[in-house]
Design a protein around this ligand. Structure first.
Ligand code: NAP
Length: 205
């Protein structure tokens, strides 16, 4: 499997790239700065580092792992380079307040809005995996993925199964991305309240 991690220089993208490289995937780290991408690729044991627009060419799956508030502008900038390639959106927009962390107020998820910008199918997933949990090895718990395109979802589930100790689970259509993205706020609040590294494990399946 050949995967581009756009924004693979950040906390989450770099940890994901490390786990995928450990699992034998061909990983290309993308950055706005090709030099930084190559440096981080060497650090992660990834095969290549390149400027984002070069990183996404010729891969099986693009992971859009830039800072959440840059996800839509980055998708728009890379739309031509990504073309028909499936994209996995891992983003969650959070609002921080004195009373805790809240999901963004937008009625539609970042993943659905990313789909508006890209020709290829967009799936959403991995929002419940903290960068810190992925950094040391496979993350505890399950990974949830949702999307409308079966082939894209299969690829994202294959990727997810390489980075979690638990299961990679199909959580339904892209419209469910709202729930996955909102779950991040719940997890961050749990981590703050109980000083832990919470993840998700689905029971009863
Ligand atoms: N952190 C977590 O625990 C976690 C868990 C699950 C999902 N996520 C999701 O993963 C994504 C990345 O999170 P993160 O914590 O790794 O973020 P981050 O470290 O703040 O940023 C990731 C990368 O985004 C790029 N970037 C920053 N500003 C940008 C801009 N204006 N335009 C284009 N690219 C920009 C940077 O890459 P270059 O400067 O090299 O281009 C940076 O290294 C987010 O969508 C987040 O919601 C995070």
């Amino acid at each position: 499997m050949k995967v581009a991690v756009v924004g693979g220089t950040g906390d989450f993208g770099l940890a994901l790239a490390q786990r995928l490289a450990d699992a034998g995937a061909h990983v290309v780290i993308g950055s706005r700065d090709a030099g930084r991408a190559r440096e981080k690729a060497a650090e992660a044991g990834a095969a290549e580092g390149a400027a984002n627009a070069d990183a996404v060419r010729g891969v099986d799956l693009v992971v859009l792992a830039v800072k959440a508030d840059a996800a839509l502008s980055t998708a728009s900038e890379l739309a031509a380079a990504i073309g028909d390639t499936p994209t996995l959106s891992v983003a969650s927009e959070l609002r921080f307040s004195k009373s805790g962390v809240r999901p963004a107020e937008d009625a539609r998820s970042i993943a659905e809005r990313t789909q508006d910008l890209l020709r290829g199918p967009v799936v959403a997933g991995l929002q419940s995996l903290a960068a810190s949990s992925l950094a040391g090895g496979k993350a505890e718990g399950d990974a949830l993925v949702c999307g409308d395109d079966e082939r894209a979802k299969e690829l994202a589930l294959e990727l997810a199964s390489k980075v979690v100790e638990g299961r990679a689970l199909d959580a339904g259509p892209l419209a469910s991305a709202r729930a996955l993205e909102g779950m991040t706020a719940v997890i961050v609040n749990l981590n703050r309240r109980y000083r832990g590294h919470a993840g998700v494990r689905i029971v009863g399946l």
